[in-house]
Structures are given as C-alpha cells and as structure tokens.
Design a protein around this ligand. Sequence first.
Ligand code: AMP
Ligand code: ZN
Length: 467
Amino acid sequence: MMNQQPLYFLNTLSRQKEEFVPINPNLVGLYSCGPTVYNYAHIGNMRSYLLSDIVRRTLEQNGYPVRQIINITDVGHLVGDADNGEDKVEQAARASNHTVADIITQYKSAFLSDLSGLNIKTTETIFPHASQHIAEQIELIKKLENKGFVYHLDDGIYFDTKLYDKYPELGHLNLDGQTAGTRIEENAQKRSPADFALWKFSGLQSTRLQEWDSPWGVGFPGWAIECSAMSIKYLGAHFDIHTGGEDHIPVHHTNERAQSECATGETFVNYWLHNAFITVDGKKMAKSEQNFYTITDLVAKGYSPLAYRYFILGAHYRSPLNFTFEALAGAKRAWQKINNMVWAWPSGGQCDEQLLTTFMTAINNDLNTAKALAILHETMNANLEPSTKRATIEKFDEVLGILNEAEVLSASELTPIPEEILSLVQDREIARERADWGRADLIRAEIEAKGYEVEDTPEGPAIKSRN
Ligand code: AMP
Ligand code: ZN
C-alpha cells in the first residue's frame, strides 16, 4: 500500500529540506559510493551504508521500488585521495604478497559479510566493480573530450573545472583562494587546482598491476569517473538519489557531478544525501588515525552488529556521532530489551495504524531515526494488546531492521552483574593500578569462584557470567 505522507530529504545541493518527487515512481534510482577494497571497512564507513539502507527501506515503505547500486572501487583510488600516490589496492597487494584479484575478493567478501551482519538489505542490489567498467569510463571521457572539457598533461587527461559554472555549488566551494601547489605533490601543470584526472597514464611506472589501453595511452581511470560511468550505466544519466559520507562532498561528488553533467548535458542527481562522521574522542574515525574498529572487532567483544545498527539509528545521520564502548553498551542493553520483549509477545496481531502514521511521519522527515526509535519505545510501553504491539513494531522494523529472534537472551543472560562482583572488579582494578599483581590474581580467583569471568580489554574490564 502506498504511504500517502510526503517524504522529505535534506538535499546537500540546496541545503534545504525538499519533498521527494521521484523521476519514475515505479523505479527509484539510488547510488552509494562503495568501499575501496584494500582493507577491512571500519564501523565509521558502515554508517554510510546504513544511511543508504535506511533510504532504501524508507522508499520501499513509501511504496517505491528501488534500484540500488553500491560500487566496488578496486582500482584508481590513490593513496593521496586525489590524483597522487600509489593505488590503494595495488599497494595492499604488494604489501601482503598477494595478487590484486585476491585482495579484491578478500575485502569485498568481508564487506558483504559486514552488510549482512548489519541487516543491510542486498537483495537485487548491484555491486559493480570499477575494473569491470573500463570501456564505459573511456566512452564517458571521450564524450567530455569531444565537448572540449578536457586537456592533456604529461601524466594524464584532466577535467577543466573552470568550464563548468556550477562546479562550486554542491560543496559551496570558494575556489578563488585556492592556489596550485598547496597540496603536497600537487601537479603544477594543472590549469586550476580543482582540476582532476579522468585518466592517468602508467607512464614509466611499469609496476602497475592493473592498466588498460585507451585512446590516450596505457593507464587507469580516475576515481570519480568510475562512479559516474557506473551510475549512468545502471541508473541512467539523470537519477534520483546519491549518498555517501560528507567527506565526499567537496571533491569526489563534486567531480562526479561536474563530469557527468558536462558529458550528458543532463542534471545528474536530484537529491544528494550525506552522513556525518563517526568520531573517536572528537576525531574522525579513519584508518590513517589508527582509531578504528571493524564489525569483527565488535563481535569479538560480544556486541552483535545489530546493537551497532541500533546505536547508529539513535542519532540523526547528519549529526556527528562519537563512538565509545560505553555508549555502545547502552545501545546494546536497549536493543536487547526490545528483542526480548517483542519476541515474547504473541504474533498474529494487527498493526496500530495511528502509531504507524506517527512513525512514518518521523522517518519521512529526513529519516529521523532517533525520533522513530523513541516512538518504538512508546509503543513498547503503550497500553495495547501485546500482539498489537508486536505487529506494530514488526512493521516499524521493515525500516529499522533491528529485530532478530536469534538474539533473544535467556533470563539468566539478561541478569545484571551483581553489585558484589562489580565491587570486586573495582578492587582488582585498584590492585592492578598499583601493580599489585598477586592481589589482582587473588581477586580474579574470587570473582571466578562466584561464577563470573573478567577479561581485560583496552576499554577496561569486561565481565561475563560463566554459566
Ligand atoms: P572509503 O572506503 O574511504 O571510500 O569510505 C567509504 C564510505 O565511508 C564513504 O562514503 C566515506 O565518506 C564514509 N566514511 C569514511 N569515514 C567515515 C567516518 N568516520 N564516519 C562516517 N562515514 C565515514
Ligand atoms: Zn563515488
């Protein structure tokens, strides 16, 4: 049934909340920049795939079938994140003595398994590889060349950003202050600092592991042309929604938009949605900062990926969110309680339409998942038949995706750690701080004798019941 409430997205392009009007209500196009498969994705990256999942589920709940694309960047993303440095995938292959194909397969499959743990829908999602769409990328560059948007330099073919008036729009960029050479290894030959490579030559770098012939010489594509070529191929020159992390606004997405609109002469994307960062101690979670965790790390510490999903949904996607294990533990408790209650209620009830309308109003208001979760909690405590509550929450879950019957814990698992044990753990911490290892071991033995286990983690002691 078509939800009749209007759906609003905050569009990065206009900085305004706009009502969503599909190009074709029978198939909405959704493109999300996917992972560069040179390493494991971290839980910060996962926020951007959770965003595209919530967008997809919301569209579906509103009655729109969705065609979703998440690309796999397996070539052309350079260490410098712009047009300089080694290719990230090739660097990983060399460092580990594996083939490029092995690296791509390993990290793509880890990525897909993270998506599945996070209950991110992938039915019918297309995951195109950049390296398998080189012909489409060359075609797009040829179009740009024929229209006069490119110039040739010693190391590659570049897009002339000055020829596209709308270049600064998406990122609200002020390009006047930019001068060439501000970035390390900036190509001094470029006409403007914002110009970017569409195709780079292998040149004397005979060590390239992935390279292709092209009308301009042997080489490999720029990172942004890949996304343009794949999105246009699968969604058409003009499509509905493009998502990604906010770091992509000023360069990667700005470049995608510029080259796509100049090549096709059409508006590229109607709605641009960007998530803010997951931070740690106020700093962006990033591989380069060494402050990241993966989904596998969370699982090893006893957290279901769905508890992380719940943690993410507790904040609006455009607000930065600081990650701590304390906050995750809080999210886990709340999420666990929902699963335990909902699955204990009888099935077969009727969804409460009024609550559903309130829920959809929140979700349709630029994906206000925090408010939607508050409505879920109100529903749990509402004075309604348990079967009605279950049916209503199951309906909410078509968007939220946090329920999983297999995660229901037995009463003993849910029992809180007794004060006595907590106090022993605290005494042990004090002994450890004083380097009184003998006493620390004695207390550990006492804790174990009382049926609990303590494990020392970088975030502090983790306590578990032994039964
Ligand atoms: P990458 O593999 O580096 O291209 O990143 C994949 C996606 O994760 C992109 O949409 C990035 O914008 C996003 N991203 C990277 N770091 C973070 C972070 N700390 N928090 C949220 N999103 C991020
Ligand atoms: Zn992209």
